[in-house]
Design a protein around this ligand. Structure first.
Ligand SMILES: [Zn+2]
Length: 69
């Protein structure tokens, strides 16, 4: 197996209203980048739900909009 390191063409670590949660259709608030390079978007609710698992996977978490409720 050859792993072609497809480096993210444009490192867009910003979230806009167009970014939606991967689990529901709510606006994404958190970006989680897995060690594999996969980028996941989560709303606040689903991030909280998956946070422990993401951390365990070694994901890099970023919250471009530090919006506290
Ligand atoms: Zn969600």
């Amino acid at each position: 197996m050859t792993t072609t390191a497809t480096s993210a063409t444009s490192a867009t670590t910003t979230l806009t209203a167009a970014n939606r949660c991967d689990r529901c259709s709510a606006a994404a608030k958190v970006i989680a980048v897995l060690p594999s390079g996969s980028e996941l978007h989560f709303c606040r609710h689903h991030f909280t739900e998956h946070e422990a698992g993401l951390v365990k996977l070694g994901a890099t978490i970023s919250e471009p909009t530090a919006e506290l409720v």
